[in-house]
Ligand binder design. Structure first.
Ligand SMILES: *Cc1c(COP(=O)(O)O)cnc(C)c1O
Length: 400
């Protein structure tokens, strides 16, 4: 049998070194837990970075995938397939949107949104309108267009020249957006809650202000809900918390609970700028992945999982606020639903490692923000166990 050490050594020889990985080889999962080659189990508060919202090895998804795989995995988008249509219909029925374009990832969904925003401006007779305002600290993906849109220098370094046409301004600052609008601007793109940026939440006044500004200036408002969508924040889509609907929204991560799928949703008025030949994807909305996503959306809403996640999010947040009272090194607890950040006054890497040693997978972003995004089926005892682990680690890190 190949040992985990051998697998890791081999990986270091043949896999592009784009990820700093933890020294574990994961082999299986169930619900909120994953297991490694050594037989150790971990409670998973990363969930594929907000991907496996229904937990690992979800029986309904597994069944849907295997049933569809025996029937029809893929045909060209030159033909109709039923799972894709049903999924689009569900998304339209449960959101502001009227049309859906299917892609395979978050970056691709955002690419589609950027292309649609530019095309819409052209169709509206504004040939010179192509610039998009985005936010500092944002994350929109790693393709050339989406990294150009991203407001973090470390992600762009070494890839010049970037795609032109993005104006990056301070997050949560309406005046900064207002000042950046020119006759060339066609859209404003942002995450309602910045995930990679450190779980930074937009305020309601800010999003309401952006909506009004976009309406007044004839700009499209685009929400990147790749991370916040599909129940992650306690509502199906984060924009519902703010009661501010965008013109375009992108989804991916949890849409098919781990199978690769992205989607760009838009109103009819905007989507009509895309006609046959405007945009395409070989794999977008393939029957296999759409069948999985159909199971996901039904479980999230019909199965009450979004509601459960919202309750667990409140409980988790309360427990962390309580922890903050006893530990000075916690600067802030923030987030919504089960997208929670613990902003530390110290480096987060040792806490992540300490958690891992005690059987918990957690994430740290921006160096000092612990980010928790467990499956939405997480239970109180999972949360209690993690909070006790954090309590022990924080006590060790600053005794007395
Ligand atoms: C993860 C993420 C993306 C990129 O998604 P990929 O599937 O990795 O391309 C884009 N936007 C946000 C907000 C994300 O969290």
């Amino acid at each position: 049998m190949t040992t985990s050490r051998e697998i890791m050594e081999k990986a270091d020889r043949v896999i592009a070194a784009t990820y700093g990985r933890f020294p574990v080889v994961l082999t299986e999962g169930r619900g909120c837990s994953v297991r490694d080659t050594e037989g150790r189990t971990y409670r998973d508060f990363v969930a594929g970075i907000a991907v496996c919202n229904l937990g690992h090895a979800h029986p309904g998804v597994a069944e849907a995938v295997s049933r569809q795989a025996r029937r029809l995995v893929h045909v060209s988008n030159l033909y109709y397939t039923e799972p894709q249509v049903e999924l689009a219909e569900w998304l339209v029925a449960h959101s502001f949107a009227e049309r859906v374009f299917f892609a395979n990832s978050g970056a691709e969904a955002n690419e589609a949104a950027i292309k649609l925003a530019r095309k819409y401006a052209k169709e509206a007779g504004s040939a010179e309108r192509y610039r998009i305002i985005t936010m500092e600290g944002s994350f929109h993906g790693r393709t050339m267009a989406t990294l150009s849109a991203t407001g973090q220098d470390k992600i762009k370094k070494g890839f010049d020249p970037l795609l032109a046409g993005f104006d990056i301004v301070a997050f949560n600052d309406l005046d900064a957006v207002r000042a950046a609008v020119t006759e060339k601007t066609c859209a404003v793109l942002l995450e309602p809650i910045q995930g990679e940026g450190g779980v930074r939440c937009a305020t309601r006044a800010y999003l309401e202000g952006l909506r009004a500004l976009c309406d007044q200036e004839g700009l499209l408002l685009i929400f990147d809900e790749v991370q916040t969508g599909m129940g992650r924040t306690g509502r199906l889509f984060a924009y519902e918390h703010f009661e501010v609907a965008p013109d375009i929204m992108t989804l991916a991560k949890a849409l098919a609970n781990g199978l690769p799928m992205g989607a760009m949703l838009a109103t009819n008025r905007v989507a009509q700028a895309f006609g046959p030949g405007s945009h395409a994807s070989t794999f977008g909305g393939t029957p296999l992945v759409a069948a999985a996503a159909l199971e996901v959306v039904k479980a999230l809403v019909g199965g009450g999982i979004v509601d459960h996640g919202r309750k667990m999010g409140r409980y988790f947040m309360d427990r962390l606020r309580d922890l903050q009272l006893r530990h000075d090194m916690i600067r802030e607890v923030r987030g919504q639903g089960l997208l929670i950040g613990l902003d530390l006054r110290c480096d987060g890497a040792s806490v992540v490692k300490g958690c891992m040693d005690q059987g918990f997978l957690i994430n740290c972003t921006q160096g000092h923000v612990l980010r928790f995004m467990p499956p939405l089926i997480v239970e109180k005892d999972d949360i209690d166990a993690l909070v006790s682990c954090l309590e022990r680690l924080f006590s060790e890190l600053s005794p007395g």
